[in-house]
Design a protein around this ligand. Structure first.
Ligand code: ZN
Length: 322
């Protein structure tokens, strides 16, 4: 989703959220179920250093539960993820490309059905409906869910696990800018596995924690920010996505990354940022080739059986709306 959709006043209020040190971490072991303890790395954020799992390479925030909760404040708006006028064409193009990737993988493409988890005000549902999908959404934020309903979409306001969807009722499930927000991604993906028909596809879009942008900008990269983007706590690499898929009953049909950023717009003069954007263009092509772009898209295709595990932990399947 376009970062431009974040209103300035929301950024300022989120930035003002208190950050308190010395509390227990929200996440103290690898959310993908790995055995080794998380270890701090040299990317320092206001909440503390990012923690890394040596087995799957997932990066995890050091934030406390209170810091995480504070970061979620002020993100429920009727505007939701509706792209602004300048970015709406790009949003539709990018979304069509993502959904076409899933559609091409389906064994049966006649009247496909789609569930968008964290659908906000329904921007993705609108594009998907235009492509011929029968669409439903789930959105925890009341104002955004209401806006999607007013636009005519069938949206459950609440958590995915409470939505009452029948097993094997969807061909495609979209998790766009969602898994970086959840504490139990295994439970989320196992639930998606149950909801998908055989051969169904989960489309995951998330910041790439192993991107060149992450290496260049470190703790200054907006993708790592807990407060600016409403609770980013887990940062996947392509390798971590593969581990997530393997442990939840999916094959990785595709992982693609795009984009490289050398500066953040609020950290340097505007002219420097513009020059840096120009300079990054050729390198961004290389980043796409090497799988080190910062915008990661994965298509995970449902295997017949899910590995044993539990999805009893509550709270998955939601992300803050904006
Ligand atoms: Zn791990």
């Amino acid at each position: 989703m376009p970062a431009a959709a974040v209103p300035d006043d929301h950024r300022q209020r989120a930035d003002a959220a208190p950050v308190r040190a010395g509390q227990a971490r929200l996440i103290d072991s690898c959310p993908l179920g790995c055995t080794p303890p998380l270890r701090p790395i040299n990317i320092l954020l206001p909440e503390g250093p990012l923690q890394r799992c040596s087995e799957c390479s997932l990066l995890v925030s050091s934030c406390s539960a209170a810091q995480h909760e504070a970061s979620l404040a002020h993100w429920d708006t009727t505007g939701g993820t509706t792209p602004d006028a300048r970015s709406v064409r790009r949003f539709r193009t990018v979304t069509r490309r993502r959904l076409a990737l899933a559609l091409a993988l389906l064994p049966d493409r006649s009247r496909p059905s789609l569930l968008d988890v964290g659908c906000s005000s329904g921007s993705l549902l609108e594009v998907a409906a235009g492509m011929g999908f029968a669409v439903k959404g789930v959105e925890i934020a009341p104002a955004a869910a209401a806006a999607a309903r007013r636009a005519g979409f069938d949206v459950h306001q609440g958590l995915l696990q409470d939505a009452g969807h029948a097993p094997q009722s969807f061909d495609v499930i979209t998790l766009v800018e969602l898994i970086e927000h959840v504490t139990d991604p295994l439970a989320l993906l196992r639930h998606c596995h149950r909801l998908l028909r055989p051969g169904g596809v989960v489309v995951v879009n998330t910041p790439n924690g192993a991107s060149w942008t992450a290496r260049v900008l470190g703790g200054r990269w907006e993708g790592f920010s807990l407060v600016k983007l409403g609770g980013h706590i887990c940062f996947y690499s392509p390798a971590a996505i593969r581990v997530l898929a393997e442990r939840t009953g999916f094959d990785v049909a595709a992982v693609r990354t795009r984009h490289l950023r050398l500066t953040e717009p609020d950290s340097v003069p505007r002219v420097v940022h513009r020059l840096a954007k120009l300079a990054a263009k050729p390198a961004a092509l290389a980043a796409r080739w090497f799988g080190t772009g910062h915008d990661m898209l994965a298509a995970l295709q449902r295997r017949p059986a899910v590995p044993p595990g539990t999805d009893a932990q509550a709270g998955f399947g939601s992300r803050p709306s904006r």
